[in-house]
Design a protein around this ligand. Structure first.
Ligand code: GLN
Length: 472
């Protein structure tokens, strides 16, 4: 972290820029790099070390990459979609602005699955993203570009969005940390909406101290987002493992062998670090993904109705009527997966059928919230798998879109309940990383980060051999 700061003031800046361009040519993680604009923003908004919130001084000069569905003034805002090609953000998201005020340097926009819909970062109009550990494999998604930018040492810190796992799953696939905060703790103003009741801005980093510091800088109420909440203002003290009870699944369902093995090992590692662990069951696991997709697609069908080809974005040149313009803008401007989800969303919301799908999904959501609240009365954190498989191959040999959807249960749980969850790297499986996640009560981010920090005594991640970065 210190290295990044001093280097950017010195002559290593050129080297970093060169490295970013060279590695990105293969990996496809970034879809816009503009250091000059980043420096201009930093000059305009950085409030100076004295005015910065306590504990966030170390963000000064830290290069930051931002998922391309989060607005950064003067940068593109494509959401990985043709329909928003050439759109430039006139202002910055509150989360970004707070990082700029703390001195961070926005350098790039990250590739993603179109509108955040996907788990492999292969669904972008701007091309696929590759995993820096093995380029034949996916980096996870939908914040795959953000995860790769960090894992490959292009930047130490990136923002993503997590609606059903899109920060945690790519973090796990790339061997870094990924935090989905409590719903409402980080403002969504300037985040392009996918499913508003589930959307959160999340953080990807290779260093917990930096993750914590950026979380502190961004958190808190924002008058531009009425769903924001204050949360505790005091940074929690380091916890004592002896009094911290962590739940785990004695029989986790549906995991591929290497994932099941490393999950079990991470339970033992926590015990070795002095934690009291408690076996629990999640009997309602199979309801999670269907509920998530029902709610997410319903909200997406409403949120994405605004892309009509008239106000901004892609516009077919020779449409003869307004109706044809909108029809063609949407069918030519939106990718297949996005169109599928809009159709699904409209299907579950159609008149007379709401109680069959949408309302049932809402009941499940309510039930999950209640069950998890009860569960967290007896434990402080819950250790869960992130994704049932290790990173999978790109292309036809990988997982189908449908299999990927079924695999979202372990991550989308935290989005349905609104609770925070942190993915952390725990092992390598061959040349690819594996991760687990810690979920907690609302506003328990500090505790989760603290446990992850302690876990480094057992396992501490490294950079991919072919992408060592410029700065250690
Ligand atoms: N994989 C999930 C989906 O495709 C997660 C998306 C997200 O969190 N943005 O919906």
């Amino acid at each position: 972290m210190g290295g990044w700061k001093s280097s950017l003031r010195g002559n290593q800046r050129e080297q970093i820029i060169e490295y970013i361009h060279a590695s990105n040519a293969t990996l496809g993680a970034l879809i816009e790099v503009d250091i000059a604009q980043g420096l201009a923003l930093q000059r305009r908004y950085h409030q100076g070390d004295k005015e910065a919130k306590a504990g966030v001084e170390s963000l000064v000069g830290v290069p930051l990459a931002i998922k391309d569905n989060i607005a950064v003034e003067g940068f593109q805002l494509s959401c990985g979609s043709r329909i928003l090609e050439k759109l430039r953000a006139p202002y910055s998201a509150t989360a970004v602005l707070r990082l700029l005020q703390a001195g961070a340097l926005a350098v790039a926009k990250c590739n993603l699955d179109e509108f955040g819909m996907g788990s492999d970062s292969q669904h972008s109009y701007y091309g696929p993203v590759k995993n820096p550990w093995n380029e034949d494999y996916v980096p996870g998604g939908s914040s795959g570009g953000s995860a790769v930018a960090v894992a490959a040492g292009m930047v130490p810190l990136a923002l993503g969005s997590d609606t059903g796992g899109s920060v945690r799953q790519p973090a796990a696939f790339c061997g870094i940390y990924g935090l989905k905060p409590t719903y409402g703790v980080i403002s969504r103003f300037g985040l392009v909406a996918y499913a508003s009741s589930l959307d959160t801005i999340g953080i990807l980093a290779e260093d917990i101290a930096l993750l914590r510091c950026s979380f502190q800088a961004m958190r808190g109420p924002d008058s531009f987002d009425q769903t924001t909440v204050k949360g505790p203002t005091k940074v929690a003290q380091p916890h004592d493992p002896a009094t911290c009870h962590i739940g785990y699944l004695a029989e986790p369902e549906g995991l591929e062998k290497p994932v099941a093995l490393e999950y079990q090992r991470s339970v033992e590692a926590l015990q070795g670090l002095g934690y009291t662990t408690r076996a629990i069951t999640l009997p309602y696991l199979r309801y999670i993904s269907p509920a998530y997709y029902t709610i997410a697609t319903a909200e997406a069908s409403a949120n994405l109705a605004r892309y009509d080809g008239i106000r901004y974005g892609y516009q077919p040149a020779d449409a003869e009527s307004a109706e044809e313009l909108t029809r063609r803008a949407r069918s030519e401007g939106l990718g297949d997966e996005v169109q599928l989800r809009i159709l699904l969303g409209n299907y579950v919301l159609r008149e007379g059928f709401q109680d069959r799908y949408y309302l049932r999904a809402q009941y499940i959501r309510k039930m999950l919230r209640h069950k998890m609240e009860l569960l967290f009365r007896g434990i402080q954190a819950l250790l869960l798998p992130v994704f049932p498989s290790p990173p999978f191959r790109r292309g036809k040999e990988g997982m189908s879109d449908f299999q990927q959807k079924q695999a979202d249960s372990y991550t989308s749980l935290a989005n349905l309940t609104g609770q925070p969850a942190l993915a952390l790297p725990v092992a390598m499986h061959g040349d690819l990383p594996l991760g687990v996640q810690l979920m907690g009560r609302e506003h328990s981010e500090e505790l989760l980060m603290d446990i992850a920090l302690r876990y480094r005594r057992h396992y501490s991640p490294s950079r991919p051999p072919r992408y060592p970065g410029v700065i250690a």
